[in-house]
Design a protein around this ligand. Structure first.
Ligand code: ADP
Ligand code: MG
Length: 217
């Protein structure tokens, strides 16, 4: 994957989150304070702006700009958690012009470890970790980039769906106790959308996109 492809990837994530902003706000209104869609889509829009303005849009600069946009543009505890996912592995990209799937897997694993160190959530706590853990595992286990994004997207979607039956042990929703049961976690749903957006060019069932596949190297 080159820096152009990474910039395109972040832009696809931003577009998807923006399109689903209201749905994410509604999920958060059910078990939190109703701002999640606005804050994450706003922060990703800021990331795209920052990336567009980079003088030297290297892999490192793009990944770091995304981290900083989430840390600063999202605010609060969740901004720190989403930002950490990008910030944690960023240094691995210094001076690197292209990354393969194994290197991207290592980057995602570093991000996940950072999220868990920062937020202390485990699988089952009804947070982004429920989508990230299976997504990163599926990405790492896959053979190549297209398969990795597709597998991660499927795993993240299942992980996000699994939060519906959970009671929250982290974040605002934990104060709801059993009343959080029956609602999918908004953060985990965002992670599912982020991976779905990443996988879009590789979903060969979608004829309209299939013609545009450019396999990252
Ligand atoms: P806020 O709760 O500050 O309003 P958001 O609404 O933007 O922030 O994000 C809420 C999401 O943050 C939750 O749905 C959950 O997925 C995630 N989250 C909250 N606390 C944690 C944590 N400790 N670890 C991982 N993710 C968390
Ligand atoms: Mg919220």
């Amino acid at each position: 994957m080159t820096s152009d492809q990474l910039a395109d990837l972040i832009a696809r994530m931003a577009a998807r989150l923006s399109a689903e902003r209201n749905r994410l706000n509604r999920l958060d209104a059910a078990i939190g304070d109703g701002d999640h869609g606005s804050s994450i889509s706003g922060a990703f829009a800021l990331a795209v702006q920052k990336i567009d303005k980079l003088e030297e849009p290297s892999l490192h600069a793009i990944w770091l700009a995304t981290a900083m946009a989430l840390l600063n543009g999202m605010g609060g505890a969740s901004g720190a958690i989403f930002g950490t996912f990008f910030l944690k592995g960023a240094a691995r990209l210094k001076g690197v012009e292209r990354i393969n799937q194994a290197e991207m897997a290592a980057l995602l694993e570093a991000g996940l470890a950072g999220v868990q160190a920062r937020g202390k959530a485990q699988v089952g706590d009804k947070t982004i970790v429920d989508a990230l853990v299976p997504a990163v595992a599926a990405f790492t286990a896959a053979e190549d980039f297209p398969a990795a994004w597709r597998a991660a997207a499927g795993a993240a979607a299942n992980g996000a769906e699994s939060t519906r039956d959970m009671q929250a042990r982290q974040g605002r929703a934990k104060y709801l106790g059993e009343r959080a049961i029956g609602h999918a976690d908004p953060g985990a749903s965002s992670i599912a959308l982020i991976f779905a957006a990443a996988a879009t060019p590789f979903n060969l069932s979608d004829e309209s996109e299939a013609g545009n596949v450019v396999t990252p190297q």
